[in-house]
Design a protein around this ligand. Structure first.
Ligand SMILES: C[S@@+](CC[C@H](N)C(=O)[O-])C[C@H]1O[C@@H](n2cnc3c(N)ncnc32)[C@H](O)[C@@H]1O
Length: 213
């Protein structure tokens, strides 16, 4: 492994212009407290570290089981070695942290998102985060729980970015709606419509701003 270069095996964060959207959005929001559900090799986390800690101190919590979702286990044409993924995550994060001018208060939480989100809430982190990136499990029941718990952890005027809003498993004929995020994100935004605003973004992702508890 080349110690001086990032090690990524995919382009998820660059594809469909997530990076391009964040280049515009992040300076407008000026966030300092981040939570990420689903870190994988750390592409989104390293982007945030490089972007924010070049200008000010920041706090970042990364949650991942490093077990992969079902899409890493059964439906793809490849078997992902999640232990290698986790090793690349630590390498990449270390590299990003070396590049920063300001301090990064980093917490890596290895485990299932529902349990860790509940434990953050129990540690008085309700209404705490400025920006939460939901990019963990793509199964609707998990996404719904991630959305609800994230909302509790988000400050008023904070933003949740849901990745893969329109992602569907590449099945032969009929997609399984419960194995995709959209139905869960739609249920959450409908039921919480008086407490949030959806704002304009490319539809592969969906962004909401919290307006009340
Ligand atoms: C799409 S990847 C995250 C990509 C990452 N944000 C990036 O920009 O490269 C999804 C990650 O979520 C993790 N994951 C899936 N279900 C999870 C769960 N229920 N709890 C915690 N992590 C989960 C997987 O292990 C995987 O690493």
């Amino acid at each position: 492994m080349n110690e001086t270069e990032y090690q990524y095996t995919n382009e998820w964060f660059n594809k469909r212009d997530v990076k391009g959207v964040w280049d515009t959005l992040i300076p407008q929001l000026n966030p300092t407290k981040f939570l990420e559900i689903g870190s994988y090799e750390g592409a989104s986390a390293c982007y945030i570290i490089e972007k924010i800690a070049a200008k000010r101190n920041m706090e970042l919590h990364c949650i991942d089981s490093w077990k992969g979702g079902y899409e890493h286990q059964e439906s793809g044409n490849f078997e992902t070695n999640m232990s290698d993924v986790e090793t690349r995550f630590h390498h990449n994060i270390k590299l990003a942290m070396k590049k920063t001018k300001y301090d990064v208060d980093l917490s890596i939480h290895k485990g299932m998102s529902d349990e860790i989100l509940c434990s953050l809430f129990a540690q008085n982190k309700g209404s705490y985060f400025d920006f939460i990136y939901v990019d963990g499990s793509h199964e609707a029941p998990d996404v719904l729980l991630d959305a609800l718990l994230s909302f509790k952890l988000l400050k008023i005027n904070g933003v949740i970015a849901f990745d893969d809003y329109l992602w569907q498993e590449n099945l032969d004929n009929t997609p399984d709606v419960l194995r995709s995020p959209k139905i869960a994100i739609d249920a959450f935004t409908n039921i919480y419509c008086q407490k949030l605003r959806i704002f304009s973004a490319p539809l592969w992702q969906l962004y909401i701003k919290k307006i009340s508890d």
